[in-house]
Write a protein that binds this ligand. Structure first.
Ligand code: LMR
Length: 402
């Protein structure tokens, strides 16, 4: 006889809280107030508040459309040439190191997924040291791969400073083989990057203690410059036998929804790196089989063509300059925002409580992450003064201090 005992099914699942950043996009979109300001999700916006397709990418897409003759499979490795062309940009002098292997992934997220899973396969006891705060999606990605997380203090929101001594003390407790997740540049969500001297100190500690550095670099070129932004990562490659890297082109090529990224690993020997990469390809096969082609192919075309590459670099420069300009403008508006000028990339974290963030949303139609993270480029030029006025009003209003 068939058992009648109730078995939980997909209809019995508990409610799930949606990803807060993605939920914020929907909330801001749904607000009918024309003066709304969306400094939530991390997309570049120009002075008019638009996120245009880069000229070089648009032209590459046109050529791709005209010239691509087949959409037959490329395999789990994706577009090999894409990952090769990125190597010198990312790895600098290490580009020729045969112990470093790379593979195309669906965005930086795909690369993080592969890295976390690979760590879990290689050493199930490895713990992941993750800074507080960090990009919110790091946590579910790592947990989903089965890794145990240990938080290390990273940033003091009230003081607007990196908690460097506490960070070192915490990493000093990591065991050999534990993984340290670091943001290559343009720290998300705080904008507070390690100085060169701090990178050197962390690198020494990581190498001495036999830890595995995992560098997430999603904003290369949007901080101080392409090479400057990769300095910390390259220092790790110089000092450590094993390194993992999650790279994203979504921001520096503006191809967000096309999901363009790469995963690189450095192993002790060339053969070990090839074996590890075979594991990576199997993990990719199980998750998405093969990465989407279009965006990576467009990036490849940009990088292959001297003229398009030069145009991309010029657009990247102008994006970086705009970031620095808006940072200066925000910092000059109120002394409590002065720290914004000393940070890099799209984000800063304002010292606002959740109640104050909600007040800004309801009263001023200003949308930022619950953590107080803002995309400094989220607003058009004409909205900057309004944004500052709203933040200052909120900071000054005792009723919002909860
Ligand atoms: C962000 O942090 O806003 C972006 O990286 C978008 C995302 O996927 O969260």
């Amino acid at each position: 006889m068939l058992s009648t005992t109730a078995v939980p099914g997909i209809s019995d699942l508990p409610p799930m809280q949606s990803d807060s950043l993605l939920a914020l996009i929907a909330l801001a979109d749904a607000d009918p107030r024309p003066e709304k300001i969306d400094v939530g999700v991390g997309v570049y916006r120009d002075g008019q508040g638009r996120t245009p397709i880069l000229r070089a990418v648009k032209e590459a897409e046109r050529r791709l459309w005209e010239q691509q003759e087949t959409k037959s499979y490329l395999g789990s490795v994706g577009d090999k040439r894409f990952a090769e062309l990125l190597r010198p940009i990312l790895l600098g002098d290490h580009a020729g190191d045969e112990r470093i292997a790379g593979v195309q992934t669906p965005g930086g997220c795909g690369a993080l997924f592969l890295g976390f899973k690979l760590v879990r396969s290689a050493n199930p006891d490895a713990r992941l040291f993750v800074g507080t705060p960090t990009w919110p999606n790091h946590v579910p990605l790592a947990r989903g791969a089965g890794l145990e997380l240990v938080e290390y203090p990273y940033y003091d929101r009230e003081a607007g400073e990196i908690r460097f001594d506490e960070m070192l003390a915490s990493l000093g407790e990591a065991r050999r083989g534990d993984v340290v997740l670091l943001h290559g540049c343009c720290h998300n969500p705080t904008g507070a990057d390690l100085t060169d001297a701090q990178w050197d100190e962390v690198t020494r500690l990581v190498a001495e203690r036999g830890l595995l550095p995992f560098i997430d670099i999603a904003y290369q070129g949007l901080g101080r410059g392409l090479d400057e932004d990769a300095r910390g990562l390259r220092g790790m490659l110089a000092a450590c036998d094993e390194v993992l890297i999650a790279q994203s082109c979504d921001k520096n090529f503006g191809v967000y929804r096309d999901r363009v990224g790469a995963f690189y690993l450095k192993a002790k020997r060339r053969e070990a790196s090839a074996t590890a990469m075979a594991h990576v390809l199997q993990l990719a096969r199980e998750a998405w089989s093969m990465p989407p082609d279009h965006g990576a192919a467009a990036v490849r075309i940009v990088l292959e063509d001297e003229g398009l590459r030069a145009d991309w670099l010029a657009e990247l420069d102008s994006m970086r300059e705009r970031i620095a300009r808006v940072r200066e403008q925000l910092a000059a508006a109120d002394e409590r925002l002065a720290f914004i000028a000393d940070q890099y990339g799209m984000f800063s974290m304002l010292p606002l409580s959740r109640d104050q963030v909600l007040h800004l949303r309801e009263r001023h139609a200003v949308y930022m992450a619950d953590s107080g993270r803002i995309n400094v480029l989220g607003m058009a030029d004409e909205a900057v003064d309004r944004f500052v006025a709203a933040v200052v009003e909120t900071l000054n209003d005792p009723a919002t201090h909860g």
